[in-house]
Write a protein that binds this ligand. Structure first.
Ligand SMILES: [Fe+2]
Length: 173
């Protein structure tokens, strides 16, 4: 990689870290909005609470990585992927099938985060920021675990929603 390409990669890496930081904050907000309305899905509420704590830690990890890089000389826009606005809108949904819609949206959101960390790991290596690798890998694994947990619960959550709807217990869904 040429020196100018290396500089570019570094800028893109820093922007990526900032974007991912914004994504993590968005994740915390999304999950916090949902978690209080999941009294009929206690297992999901508990897993979400754990992931809120993980996401807060992931945001701190990203701050550490940004702190390790000398970002003061870079001219960077603090951009935020517009995708996130759409995802956030999904989190506002209040409908009888809210739990289903949110579960599908959360699954998509986790994969958005996974893609972000995969891209950051590539950039981390491209710019030779070897100190950043394990933090990014840890966060990536946490997102993959959360995505897998959601995947495992899409079916059971769907059936529970059907049962509750059939029983006429729509409150608190
Ligand atoms: Fe996260």
């Amino acid at each position: 990689m040429s020196a100018s390409t290396q500089d570019k990669a570094r800028d893109i890496y820093i922007v990526g870290l900032r974007n991912q930081h914004a994504v993590e904050n968005q994740a915390v907000e999304l999950l916090e909005r949902q978690v209080g309305r999941l009294e009929n899905y206690p297992e999901m509420a508990e897993r979400m609470r754990r992931h809120i704590a993980e996401s807060q830690e992931q945001a701190r990890r990203l701050e550490d990585l940004l702190g390790q890089l000398d970002t003061s000389h870079s001219t960077l826009k603090d951009t935020m992927a517009s995708f996130m606005g759409n995802m956030a809108a999904l989190g506002h949904t209040v409908a009888p099938d809210e739990v289903l819609k949110n579960t599908l949206a959360n699954f998509a959101f986790e994969h958005y985060e996974i893609a972000g960390y995969m891209s950051l790991l590539t950039l981390c290596e491209a710019v030779g920021h070897s100190a950043g690798r394990s933090a990014l890998e840890t966060s990536l694994r946490e997102e993959q675990d959360m995505a897998q947990w959601i995947a495992d619960h899409i079916g059971p959550t769907t059936l529970r929603y059907v049962e509750r709807t059939a029983a006429g217990q729509t409150a608190g869904v």
